[in-house]
Design a protein around this ligand. Structure first.
Ligand code: VJV
Ligand code: CA
Ligand code: ZN
Length: 387
C-alpha cells in the first residue's frame, strides 16, 4: 500500500495514548495537547505507522512517579480539582498559577504522558526498540515537589531513572527553546547522566532564567557531577546554518568524551521560527537535521516532544522527525497528503516545510564570534572529563 519499508534489526517504536490529547489547560493557555492529534494525523496520513511498532501506553502508576516526585506532591496532584482548589492551602508551594493551572483531569494527564515515556524507556532497555518515540513527553521543567513551566511531572527524569538500571551513562540533549532546568537539577550531582541544553538565555527576561555557559555542575571538583551539566545559552534569532553547525560542533565531542550508551533527545518545537513563545528563526528541516545527526550516532535513542506553541508547525515538525527516526524522510512528499484529516490547519500552502524564518520576527543577535566562544567553552568543560 505504501513504499515505506522497515530495515531489518532496527525497530522504531511509537508510544502514545490518545487520551492525553483531550485535556485543556484553559482558555488561551499556550500549551495545547490537541497538537498531538494533529501530529498523529500527519504521521498516519504519510503511512509512517506501518513502519513502526505502535504501543498504546497505560498511565504511570503512583509508585512509578514516586521514584522522583514526593508523596506529598503526588497526593496534591491527585486530590486537587478546579472545584476544591480554593480550599487548598498549598497552591503557591506547588507553584500552581497561570503557567501551571489546575484543570479537569490534571493527574490523569500527567500520569498518561509519563506512562508513555516509561514505556518507551523500557522498550529501549530490553532492546525491543532502537528508537522509542513519545511526542506527548519531554516536560523538562517539573521538579521533585513542584510544577513549573506547563510541566507537572518530569517524565524525562523518570525515564532516565529507568534507563540507568541498564545503562551506565545517559546523554540528555534538549533543543527546546527553554532551558531543561528540571532534568539538569535532578542529575546535577551524578556523572551517570550528562545534560546538554541549547536555549534562549536571558536571566531576567526569559523563562526559566537559568542555564548560562558557566553552569556546568557542582563547584566541588570531588562531586562526581562536576562538569556533567552543559549549557548553550543563545540570543534571539539564531538561524538554520548556525544552529546546525553549533549543534554538531558540540554534540560530537560530547559523545566522544562521555561515551554514552544511550541518548535521550528532547525535541521541543518552540525553537522553530514563528512559534508563539519562542524567539529563534529555525526551519523544520534544520531542527530535523539535529535529530538526524543524533540518529546517525547509532546509539539507542529515546525521543520526546516538549514545547511547541504553533500547533500546525509542531505537527509538521514531529511528523517529519518521526520520518527521520524511521529513515524514510527522503520518501515524504513535501505536499501534505490530500487525505490528511485536518488539512485546513495547514492551508493555504499545505506543505511540510513552510518558510518559518522569512518574516524575520527576530533579528539574529548571535554573532559568529559569540557562537565560537560557546563551542570553546563547551570544549573546555569536556577536557575535564578526559583527566
Ligand atoms: O515566563 C514565565 C513566567 C511568568 C509568570 C506567569 N505568567 C503567566 C507568564 C510570565 C514568569 N513563564 C513561561 C513558561 C514557559 C514554559 C515553557 C515550557 C516548555 O516549552 O519549555 C516545555 C513544555 C511563559 N512564557 C509564556 C507564558 N508563560 C504564558 C503563559 C500563559 C499565557 C501566555 C503566556 C498562561 C495562561 C495564559 N496565557 C492564558
Ligand atoms: Ca533547551
Ligand atoms: Zn519550551
Amino acid at each position: 500500500k505504501n513504499g515505506i519499508v522497515r530495515p531489518k534489526g532496527y525497530t522504531v517504536s511509537f508510544h502514545a495514548n490518545s487520551s492525553v490529547e483531550k485535556f485543556h489547560f484553559g482558555q488561551s493557555h499556550p500549551m495545547k495537547p490537541w497538537r498531538l492529534t494533529l501530529t498523529k494525523q500527519l504521521v498516519m496520513a504519510y503511512g509512517m505507522h506501518t513502519a513502526m511498532d505502535l504501543y498504546l501506553t497505560r498511565a504511570a502508576t503512583r509508585e512509578e512517579m514516586a521514584e522522583f516526585h514526593t508523596e506529598d506532591y503526588l497526593d496534591f496532584l491527585k486530590r486537587v480539582t478546579p472545584n476544591n482548589m480554593l480550599l487548598e492551602p498549598r497552591l503557591a508551594q506547588y507553584n500552581i498559577g497561570d503557567d501551571c493551572p489546575i484543570f479537569d483531569g490534571l493527574y490523569d494527564y500527567a500520569s498518561l504522558y509519563t506512562g508513555a515515556s516509561l514505556d518507551a524507556a523500557r522498550k529501549l532497555c530490553n532492546e525491543q526498540s532502537q528508537v522509542a518515540i513519545n511526542w506527548s513527553g519531554g516536560l523538562h521543567h517539573a521538579k521533585k515537589t513542584e510544577a513549573s513551566g506547563f510541566c507537572y511531572t518530569n517524565d524525562i527524569v523518570l525515564a532516565i531513572l529507568q534507563l540507568l538500571r541498564y545503562h551506565p551513562r545517559v546523554l540528555y540533549i534538549d533543543i527546546d527553546v527553554h532551558h531543561g532546568d528540571g532534568v539538569e537539577q535532578a542529575f546535577w550531582s551524578t556523572d551517570r547522566v550528562m545534560t546538554l541544553s541549547f536555549h534562549k538565555y536571558d536571566k531576567d527576561n526569559f523563562f526559566p532564567g537559568t542555564g548560562p555557559l558557566s553552569s556546568t555542575g557542582p563547584e566541588n571538583p570531588l562531586n562526581p557531577g562536576a562538569h556533567h551539566a552543559l549549557n548553550v545559552p543563545l540570543h534571539d534569532g539564531i538561524e538554520d546554518e548556525d544552529y546546525v553547525w553549533l549543534f554538531k560542533q558540540i554534540v560530537e565531542p560530547c559523545v566522544g568524551a562521555y561515551q554514552p550508551s544511550v541518548i535521550v533527545l528532547q525535541c521541543g518545537a518552540d525553537s522553530l521560527g514563528c512559534d508563539r513563545l519562542g524567539c529563534f528563526n529555525l526551519n523544520i528541516r534544520a531542527h530535523g537535521r539535529c535529530v538526524d545527526f543524533v540518529k546517525r550516532l547509532n546509539l539507542p535513542i529515546l525521543v520526546f516532544g516538549g514545547g511547541g506553541y504553533t500547533p500546525r508547525n509542531v505537527a509538521r515538525l514531529w511528523a517529519y522527525e518521526t520520518s527521520i527516526c524511521i529513515g524514510c524522510s527522503e520518501q515524504l512528499d513535501e505536499k501534505l497528503p490530500a487525505h490528511t484529516p485536518a488539512l485546513a490547519h495547514f492551508a493555504p500552502d499545505n506543505t511540510l516545510f513552510p518558510p518559518l524564518s522569512e518574516h524575520g520576527r527576530f533579528e539574529n543577535k548571535n554573532s559568529r564570534q559569540y557562537l565560537w566562544s560557546l563551542v570553546e567553552g563547551i570544549h573546555k568543560q569536556l577536557a575535564y572529563l578526559e583527566s
